[in-house]
Design a protein around this ligand. Structure first.
Ligand code: PBG
Length: 330
């Protein structure tokens, strides 16, 4: 019998496979999320994220130099804020001399070409561990937007290149865009977390920053009134279209690996660059399996990141950025 066409012909050897490869992962695809804390010459491991540390500003700068020399062009910043600086409004978030502002200045001084993308959200600064200000026991959308605008302007003054609002309040992209324009920051871009789901995969991140919603209060204990319901898919497109209309430059989908159907759907729908967040819980799962010898770490890291790109990501926020860059550089 004659088989009319044989797909295996183009898989015969490594050279022919290389010629027909559709998706090529490079270090230009990565953004490294970084955790920063007060102090000097300090580095603390995060137990649920093997290989990831919280560092003081000096060691963060050193790390950024190393990341840049490996080919990584972007960092996403998160602060571990002291409990005594937290309040309901997240006031510390727009302190000109705050930890975030000083970190941005130090990185831009030392590695000016590194694209610095601070997280714009109140949760690490909130006594309640929420991304929103609480008024009468509820998340106050519009008051939160005003705070986010103040925060964004202060981060732009410190020298940040890209604002990364991760809070999921309605209308905050338009508000932040207007605030930046009015203050002369016309070149500062907005990477909007447009479709961010209320996910259990953020657990290790919240323990890294001590930023989980507090349990012992009568305010909401989860983020379901602002982050999306994971049962929904069409709603993601609606969120994305609104953020595009409000002036977002880059659209984020989060989490990554369990949500690649959403990535591929958004890829078909819009032409703006798409960022995908390979979140802390995805990283923790991979490390748990590889540390037990149940998966091959290097192969699983490269495969999962390549699959995120194949689904439609132009850039990937991933805690595995550094190790993947080392692997790709050979
Ligand atoms: C909070 C924020 C979270 C992450 C990034 N920004 C957690 C949350 O929404 O509770 C999660 C990142 C990760 O899990 O890697 N604004």
């Amino acid at each position: 019998m004659i088989i009319p066409s044989r797909n295996r012909r183009l898989r015969t050897n490594a050279s022919i496979r290389a010629l027909v490869q559709e998706t090529i992962l490079t270090t230009n695809d990565f953004v490294m999320p970084i955790f920063v804390m007060e102090g000097e010459n300090l580095q603390e491991p995060i137990p649920s994220m093997p290989g990831i540390f919280r560092r003081s500003i000096d060691l963060t700068v050193k790390e950024c130099k190393e990341l840049f020399s490996l080919g990584i062009r972007g960092v996403n910043l998160y602060m571990k804020v002291s409990e005594n600086l937290k309040d309901n409004k997240g006031t510390e978030a727009w302190n000109k001399n705050g930890l975030m502002q000083n970190t941005i200045k130090a990185i831009k001084d030392a590695v000016p070409e590194m694209i610095v993308m601070p997280d714009v959200a109140l949760d690490p600064y909130s006594v309640y561990g929420h991304d929103g200000i609480i008024t009468n026991g509820k998340i106050d959308n519009d008051a939160t937007n005003e705070a986010l605008v103040k925060m964004a302007i202060s981060l732009a003054e410190a020298g940040a290149d890209v604002m990364a609002p991760s809070d999921m309040m309605d209308g905050r992209v338009a508000a932040i865009r207007a605030g930046l324009e009015e203050n002369g920051f016309t070149d500062v871009a907005i990477l909007s977390y447009a479709a961010k789901y209320a996910s259990s995969f953020y657990g290790p991140f919240r323990s890294a920053l001590d930023s989980a919603p507090k349990e012992n209060t009568d305010i909401p204990k989860d983020k379901k009134t602002y982050q999306m319901d994971f049962h929904n898919s069409r709603e993601a497109l609606d969120e994305v279209y609104k953020d595009v209309a409000e002036g977002a430059d880059i659209i984020m989908i989060k989490p990554g690996l369990p949500y690649l159907d959403i990535v591929s759907k958004v890829r078909e729908a819009i032409d703006l660059p798409i960022a995908v967040y390979n979140v802390s819980g995805e990283y923790a799962m991979l490390k748990a399996a590889t540390q037990n010898g149940w998966l091959d770490n290097d192969k699983a890291v490269i495969e999962s990141l390549t699959c995120i790109k194949r689904a439609g990501a132009d850039m990937i926020f991933t805690y595995a950025a550094k190790e993947a860059a080392i692997l790709l550089n050979g």
